[in-house]
Design a protein around this ligand. Sequence first.
Ligand code: HPA
Length: 272
Amino acid sequence: MTDASLLPALQTIRQRALDVAPRIAVVLGSGWGELTQHIAHPTRIPYSELEGFPAATVTGHSGELWLGTLGHHQVAVMSGRKHGYETGAVDGMKTPLRVLQALGCEVLVQTNAAGSLRASMPPQSLMLLTDHINVPQRTPLLDEAGNARFVSMVDAYDPALRQQALTMAARMDTPLHQGVYAWAFGPQFETPAEIRMLQMLGADAVGMSTVPETIIARHAGLRVLSLSFITNMGAGLSTEALSHAHTLSQAQAGSVQASRMLAAIVGGLDLS
Ligand code: HPA
C-alpha cells in the first residue's frame, strides 16, 4: 500500500504526465543537466508543485521533474537534489525517491560532481561508482522502524547494471573509470589532510551527495547505478583553487559528452 504522504505528488505527476510509466529514475547532479536535452516528449513539473520535493537552493540545480522517454525507456528525471549540507538533514530525498518508486521506478541512476583522489583520473574524467564510504556515518533511515532498516549495503551499486554501463561506454569509446566515492558532508571543501586521509581509506573520489540517496534507494529495494563527473583534483593535489563556481564551470565544460554517454547508458539498460 502506498504511504499517504506520497499521494499528493503522485497524483500531480499522474495528472500531468498521463501516458508516462517510468521504470527508471534519474537524479542529475552538477554537470549532468544536459541529459534533459535527450528526453523525448518531455513533461516538466517544477518541484514547487510536488509536495515533499525539495526547494532548489543551490546554483546549478534547477528543481524540476522531467518525465519522458530516453532510448528504450520511460524515465523520471530529477534535475536538482537536496543535499545534507543545506539544512543538516540527510533525508531530504526520501519522499521524492519513494514517490518515483510508487510511480513504478525500479532503478535509480544517480549522478554527481566529485573531486578526484587519483592522479590517473584528472578533471573531466567520468567515474562509475563501485562502492561508497559514508564518511559522516549519517543515515536517512533514522525514523524507520522494523528490520527492513538494517539494509545490506553490499553491492549497493548493482553489479549487473555497472557491467552494462561499462559495455555501453566502451561501445561509445568513452573512457569510464571505476572507483569508490567518499561522501564528505560539506559545504566546505576538504582540507589537504582530509584528502590524504580519504586516499588512505581507499576512496577514489569525494563529493557532497549521492550516499544518502543510495541508502534510501536500497532500503526501498531500488537497484542503483551511479556516475561521477570529476570537476577537480581533491584539495592539495593540484594548484587549482576550489570553489562552487569552479565546480560548475568544469562541469559545464564536459556536460555535453557526459550527458550523451548517460543518455545512451540509461536508454539502453536491460532491466530483466
Ligand atoms: N570535494 C567535495 N565535493 C566536490 C568536490 C570536491 O573536491 N568537487 C566537486 N564536488
